[in-house]
Design a protein around this ligand. Structure first.
Ligand SMILES: [Zn+2]
Length: 306
């Protein structure tokens, strides 16, 4: 079956730190070697045209990079150049504002400021008990022993942390807690912001080099499908305008942030002139339209290769 290979984080020996699931240049090189021996890696333009014509063969794949991370530009793009491969880059536009997606900063904070994830959890739960004792009680009283038990790879603390973050705290409380922790530990937020994401200049360069820049919403909501139609349209309209300004013409492709969408999303995208969209997994969907192309996470591609 045809699919898009989906990439996020890369690391090197310098400022791009290793994190959960990140790839080195060598790891990426090896993976590309495998992919190109088993599949036909198309340039984005050909992938779009063949998809629209219903002419993609099972061997045809494309490469895609989400979230406009600077590590992709620094680590992955030179390897793409070695192979002479062009790819999709799906860019959410709040990274060009003062308030980029905080999830990416939180991930970096966990990787950069703690020995390991357990060390982060220890400080997080201490901080929770001290600063939000009522929330701490709610958590202690209501934590179900089987929370996320289906996810075998989660540790006990992985599950407890997710319960507190997703079920106990409001978004505002969680943001406050994390911001306080960042301040206490001395996390250099502004400095790291500039090291985490590409600039508009980087994106323009990729576009000029023949890569395809696509939409990924403005603020990268975790659950686009929970937003009403007007909010979804505002997300993609602003994203389209900002990327259009950078590239000199509006994008025609996209990927769904966190793989989340509904019928309203697809309708909004069609109205904005988007001709091809990608999900973030391989599971078959009802309809399987051109705005719901499957993608395989690089971690699963690595597993398949070995
Ligand atoms: Zn994303």
């Amino acid at each position: 079956m045809t699919f898009g290979a989906m990439f996020h984080h890369f690391h090197d020996a310098g400022m791009h730190r290793r994190g959960q699931g990140s790839l080195s240049a060598d790891g990426f090189r090896a993976l590309l070697g495998n992919l190109s021996s088993e599949h036909n890696i198309l340039v984005p333009g050909d992938y779009v045209e063949r998809a629209r014509a219903g002419a993609l063969s099972a061997d045809d794949i494309c490469l895609s990079f989400d979230d406009a991370l600077l590590c992709q530009y620094d680590v992955a793009v030179p390897v793409l150049d070695e192979f002479g491969i062009k790819a999709f880059f799906f860019v959410y536009s709040s990274i060009f504002t003062d308030t980029p997606d905080s999830l990416e900063l939180y991930r970096d904070f966990r990787n950069a400021s703690f020995d390991d994830i357990e060390d982060f959890y220890r400080v997080f739960f201490e901080e929770l008990a001290q600063r939000l004792p009522r929330a701490q009680c709610r958590y202690a009283d209501t934590y179900p022993a089987d929370y996320l038990a289906d996810f075998g790879f989660y540790t006990d603390n992985d599950r407890r942390f997710r319960f507190v973050r997703d079920q106990v705290l409001t978004q505002g409380e969680y943001d406050h807690l994390m911001t306080d922790m960042m301040d206490r530990v001395g996390y250099p937020r502004e400095e790291r912001k500039a090291q985490l994401w590409m600039t508009a200049q980087h994106v323009a360069e990729l576009d000029a080099a023949g890569h395809e820049i696509g939409l990924h919403s403005h603020s990268h909501p975790m659950q686009m499908r929970m937003l009403d139609r007007a909010a979804q349209e505002a997300e993609y309209r602003l994203n389209r305008r900002m990327l259009g300004d950078i590239c000199g013409r509006p994008p025609r492709t996209m990927s769904h942030p966190c793989g989340s969408y509904n019928d309203d999303t697809l309708d909004v995208l069609r109205n904005l002139g988007i001709v091809l969209g990608f999900r973030s997994n391989m599971s078959p969907v009802h309809g399987g339209s051109l705005w719901e192309m499957p993608r395989e996470d690089h971690a699963n591609l690595m597993h398949r290769a070995t």
